[in-house]
Design a protein around this ligand. Structure first.
Ligand SMILES: Cc1cc2nc3c(=O)[nH]c(=O)nc-3n(C[C@H](O)[C@H](O)[C@H](O)COP(=O)(O)O)c2cc1C
Length: 365
C-alpha cells in the first residue's frame, strides 16, 4: 500500500490501523530549534478524541502521544520526529457479526477489490483513527506557524442546513469561542439549533453531514508555488484526504460560477503600508500564491456512514443481506465535529511546507 506520506519538505508518513497496537507518524524536514512537548501534542489530540461530548462517538480512546525521536531537551533537533499513539480502546467484538457484509458508505468493498484483504475491525487503515497521527504532526506544524505569526483555525460552519454566523475579527481576538463550544461552533444561536438537529437524527437512528470553515490570516503575500504546488491545490489535496470529506471551496467557491466578473473581482486598495483587496471572493490566493488576504476555505463532510438504522446491502459473495450494527456500537452522529482539529492540522502542514518552500524561491528580495 503506497501513498502514506504527505508534504514535500515538511513531510509526514503515518502508519497503523484502528484496532492494531498503535498508530504513529514520522515527520521529516521539521526545522531544528522548535520548542515542543508531548503535553502540547496531547492537548491537540484531546480535541480530536471521541467520547468528549454527547455529540461525538462515546468511544473512549485515551490518546497519549509518545515522542520517540527528533526532540531533545524540549526542542526539535532537525532529525526525523517519530510519534507513537497506542490504541487503548479497541473493541473488535462489535465487528464480528458484520465482518462479511459490505458496509454502505465505507471502504471495505473498495479495499477488498484493490488488495483482496480487508481488516474489518473498525475499518483498519481506512479508519479515521489514522487522523490522530495527522493531529499529532499538525501540533508541531502549528508551533512553527505560531513562530511565524500565522493565525490558523477551523470551526463548524454548518450542520443540518443550520449556518453559523461568524465574525472573523472577534474570532481572532478570542479563538476560545471555538474550543469552548461543544460543537466547535463560535455561534451560540446556531449551536442550539444544530444540537436539536443532531439529536433528532440520532433518535431516528440516522446521522448528519456538516461544513467546516478554515481561516488562515497571515498578512503575508507570497506563500504557495506555481504550478503544481498552488496553495489552493495543496489545501484541496490536504482536505480531500480526510475521511468523509466530499467537497472543498475557497472564497466565493462554487458561488463564483454564478457571479459576474465585475462582482467577483476583488478591487486592490492601499491600507497603510499594505496592499489589500476590498472584498475577498478569491479566498486569499491569486495564481496559487497568497495575496495577503485571509485564506478562507470550506470543507463539506458527508453524514456518518455507520448508522443504527438497518441498511440493505450484500455480503462479500454478492448475496443480499441486511446490515444492522449491534446494540452498543459506537459512532459519531456527525463526523464534521471531530474533523475540525483534523482540518486545522492538515492546513498547518500545508502552510509549514509552503513556508519552507519559500526559503528557496529567490536569492534576494
Ligand atoms: C474524525 C473522524 C471520525 C470519524 N468517525 C466515523 C464514525 O464514527 N463512523 C463512521 O461511519 N465514519 C466515521 N468517519 C468517516 C469514515 O472514516 C469514512 O467515511 C470511511 O472511512 C469511508 O471513507 P470516505 O468517506 O472518505 O469515502 C470519521 C471521519 C473523521 C474525519
Amino acid at each position: 500500500m503506497a501513498s502514506n506520506s504527505f508534504g514535500k519538505i515538511f513531510r509526514i508518513t503515518t502508519w497503523g490501523e484502528s484496532h492494531g497496537k498503535a498508530v504513529g507518524v514520522v515527520i521529516d524536514g521539521c526545522p531544528a530549534g522548535l520548542n515542543i512537548s508531548e503535553e502540547e501534542i496531547n492537548q491537540q489530540l484531546a480535541l480530536r478524541a471521541p467520547g468528549k461530548n454527547p455529540f461525538t462517538s462515546p468511544r473512549n480512546e485515551e490518546d497519549r502521544a509518545e515522542i520517540y525521536s527528533g526532540v531533545f531537551e524540549g526542542k526539535t533537533t532537525g532529525a526525523p520526529i517519530s510519534i507513537i499513539i497506542p490504541n487503548k480502546d479497541a473493541d473488535s467484538s462489535k465487528y464480528e457479526s458484520i465482518k462479511d457484509l459490505l458496509r454502505p458508505g465505507h471502504a471495505n468493498y473498495t479495499y477488498l477489490k484493490k488488495y483482496g484483504i480487508f481488516d474489518h475491525r473498525g475499518g483498519g487503515r481506512a479508519s479515521a483513527r489514522e487522523t490522530a497521527c495527522r493531529v499529532a504532526a499538525g501540533a508541531i506544524a502549528k508551533k512553527f506557524l505560531e513562530k511565524e505569526g500565522i493565525f490558523l483555525l477551523a470551526y463548524i460552519k454548518e450542520i443540518g442546513n443550520i449556518q453559523a454566523t461568524v465574525d472573523h475579527s472577534k474570532l481572532q481576538q478570542n479563538p476560545q469561542l471555538i474550543s469552548q463550544n461543544i460543537l466547535f461552533c463560535p455561534d451560540e444561536r446556531a449551536t442550539k439549533e444544530m444540537i436539536a438537529k443532531i439529536e433528532a437524527a440520532r433518535n431516528a437512528q440516522d446521522s448528519l453531514g456538516g461544513v467546516v470553515e478554515l481561516l488562515i490570516d497571515n498578512h503575508l503575500a507570497g506563500l504557495g508555488d506555481p504550478i503544481y504546488e498552488k496553495m489552493e491545490a495543496n489545501l484541496a489535496a490536504a482536505m480531500m484526504s480526510i475521511p468523509a470529506s466530499k467537497g472543498f471551496e475557497m472564497g466565493a467557491g462554487f458561488m463564483a460560477a454564478s457571479m459576474s466578473g465585475a462582482a467577483h473581482n476583488d478591487a486592490f486598495v492601499c491600507q497603510g503600508n499594505e496592499i489589500r483587496t476590498s472584498t475577498n471572493h478569491a479566498g486569499g490566493t491569486l495564481g496559487g500564491i497568497t495575496n495577503g488576504m485571509p485564506l478562507i476555505a470550506r470543507i463539506a463532510f458527508k453524514p456518518t456512514s455507520s448508522i443504527m438504522k438497518p441498511q440493505e446491502t450484500v455480503d462479500k459473495k454478492g448475496e443480499p443481506a441486511t446490515l444492522q450494527f449491534p446494540e452498543g456500537s459506537r459512532h459519531d452522529p456527525c463526523v464534521a465535529i471531530r474533523a475540525v482539529p483534523v482540518v486545522e492540522a492538515m492546513a498547518a502542514l500545508v502552510i509549514a511546507d509552503s513556508l519552507l518552500f519559500n526559503r528557496c524561491c529567490c536569492l534576494e528580495r
